[in-house]
Design a binder for this molecule. Sequence first.
Ligand code: GLY
Length: 560
Amino acid sequence: MRIITILFALVALPVVAASPEAVQGKNGMVTSRSALASEVGVGILKSGGNAIDAAVATGFALAVTYPSAGNIGGGGFAVIRLENGEVLILDHRETAPGSASRDMYLDADGDVIRGLSTRTHKASGVPGTVDGLLLLLQHHGTKSRKEVMAPAILLAKDGFPLTRNLAAQFARVLQAMAPYPASKAKFSKNGTPYAAGDVWKQPDLAATLEEISKKGRDGFYKGRVAKLIVAEMQRGNGDISLADLADYRSVWREPIKGTYRGYDIWGMSPPSSGGVLIVQMLNMLEPYDVKALGWGSAQLIHLMVEAQRRAYADRAEHLGDSDFYNVPVATLTSKAYARKRFGDFDPDRASDSEAIGAGSWPEESAETTHFSVMDGKGNVVALTTTLNSGYGSKIVAAGSGILLNNEMNDFSIKKNVPNQFGLIGRVANAIEPGKRMLSSMSPTIVTKDGVPFLVTGSPGGSTIITTALQVIVNVIDHEMTLEDAVSLPRFHHQWKPDSISYGKHGISPDSLKILQQMGHRNLRAARWGRGFGDANSILYRDGVIYGMKDPRNEGAAIGY
Ligand code: GLY
């Protein structure tokens, strides 16, 4: 009862509301999209856990308190830096089911069947989150599964009062969930939307989490919960089988390592495109005096857009799951390649992404979520997790409380046909059984002389990578405070469509004019808010840990 009282009080605490100030701490910090989940993580730190314990607890809590993207039915990536200086990355991305095939989303004429890879049971990849979080805990945590999962179970069982934002999200998504009784039952009161302040309980999810807490990965990938997921698949002609679930394994991979102006950049390797592209773009920028060009100047936006254009073109051609396709990682991340690739950069003229009309991608990034954790010993976690679209496929596996992902849309379902983020791909990212779909998730840790410096990442589909890039450049080149680096408007170009999207007020009218004179086309301001991304970040400087939640959304940085 006492914990619940604390949880209720937390929702009302002013420190949890959007704050333009970075939070400071000496002993630990968690910054995430959900104030309750950040509080869970900090509670674990305060009880003697390390950053890995706190990240696992935060991850499970997000599955309860931020269901749009926090999940146990999806997947993610973690970049961790241990107190001994070692940097490790864990890939717990979903895999294509064993029965998947390259053309599974095409009709007899070879055309894409609309919605099949996004809004149906067939949209789901085999979830990796539970295996990933448990593996992180097992290898580098100090606390028991029971301890780190207890807060999430409590939040699911006893419920918590819905914020205005969450209640509004549930109301918006209700129509898409209408065909699925278990989804409707979980996210509404028999079809009537919840209101802000209503206490939302998730008994089925609580039971599932309890099963995982007791049995470990077998509590999800085998037995009752696995059977519920497969039964749901069978109800909707989905593909995930009991064997797919039993066979799922996360993978420790070699991190992407780059350098930028004396800092070390540690990112996620394929099947993420994030680490490769961030290092590639930083390599392209390094020869230029970014600071002198000045934040917001047309010259700098032009320089960065041209780097983005080339990097995203390479993404479409070369990036995919490196277990299935020979991704030229070393080449793409080398300084020599960046010099050559950027050799045709003209400081006065936009280059041409081939003449195509402007496409579109989402302005607001409800999908995916990123959180950052640091403890007082120098253990650091950058973790990005996703169901792909907000609320994934919108399908809850009946009886389990688990929302299923629609990650299969991140594959190139047809060569050169854009996915929901407008990203195109080719053979490198074609569907194969057991393969992981290419991701843009970019959890990133920056160190200086072996000491943690910056922890960042973001949701936002294709814009994830350029969001992380801009936070890094803002801090390193423009020497911004963390609050400015995270809060200021951002811009994005992804080669195709040939278009610059930018946060409201992010490009001044005279810069816009200069960019247009240079030949940039389709400059599009976000219609409302400050545009894309939710870069919950941490900066460590002079013995102080600064935590900043992105002011574009709810959430909290909590430190002590
Ligand atoms: N589902 C978004 C991403 O992984 O890039």
